[in-house]
Design a binder for this molecule. Structure first.
Ligand code: SF4
Length: 167
């Protein structure tokens, strides 16, 4: 089974359970990520969410995308439409706030832009350890699992699961 296949077809019960466990582990990893970067901050301009401009979209493992999908399902929210400005579709209409903030991926928690504030020493070791833990959680379910860009996840989620029959 390839990465993200759980969204394209109904998984069997064992696979579904395995991805649920990976999502639970991922939530713990994301929490640790926020804790690791808790001494750092930024002015909160959301410039980093202007993905068409920054060309630095976060890359998500399947379990990170599952965490977002679970959040949307829980809130009974549809996948947001593409934004005309090319920003992340999870950015709010005003372009200031992440609408999935508590469930945002690890990459969005790491203050990767020049506006970072806080101690000069950044938690690189902790972040790398969390990335390895994230990889393990995914590869344990699917040895072919790999991260892909947020745009790629959104675009594959928008694609219908089955093609309509030809006339
Ligand atoms: S998921 Fe949230 S924090 Fe990450 S790029 Fe999108 S709007 Fe910004």
């Amino acid at each position: 089974m390839g990465p993200g296949s759980y969204e394209a077809k109904v998984p069997d019960a064992a696979t579904d359970l395995a991805w649920r466990k990976a999502a639970t582990e991922t939530r713990a990893i994301l929490k640790k990520g926020s804790e690791a970067w808790s001494q750092h901050g930024c002015p909160g301009t959301a410039e980093c969410c202007q993905l068409a401009i920054t060309k630095r979209a976060p890359w998500l493992w399947p379990s990170e995308w599952k965490v977002i999908e679970d959040r949307l399902k829980r809130d009974k929210r549809p996948l947001p439409p593409a934004r005309e400005d090319g920003a992340c579709p999870f950015l709010d209409a005003a372009g200031k706030r992440c609408t999935i903030y508590e469930d945002r991926p690890l990459g969005c928690r790491t203050y990767f832009c020049h506006r970072i504030t806080g101690p000069s020493r950044q938690p690189a070791e902790q972040t790398n350890a969390l990335l390895e833990r994230l990889a393990s959680a995914n590869v344990a379910v699917d040895d072919q699992a790999a991260p892909k860009s947020l745009e790629a996840w959104v675009s594959s989620a928008r694609r219908p699961a089955t093609c309509p029959a030809e006339p």
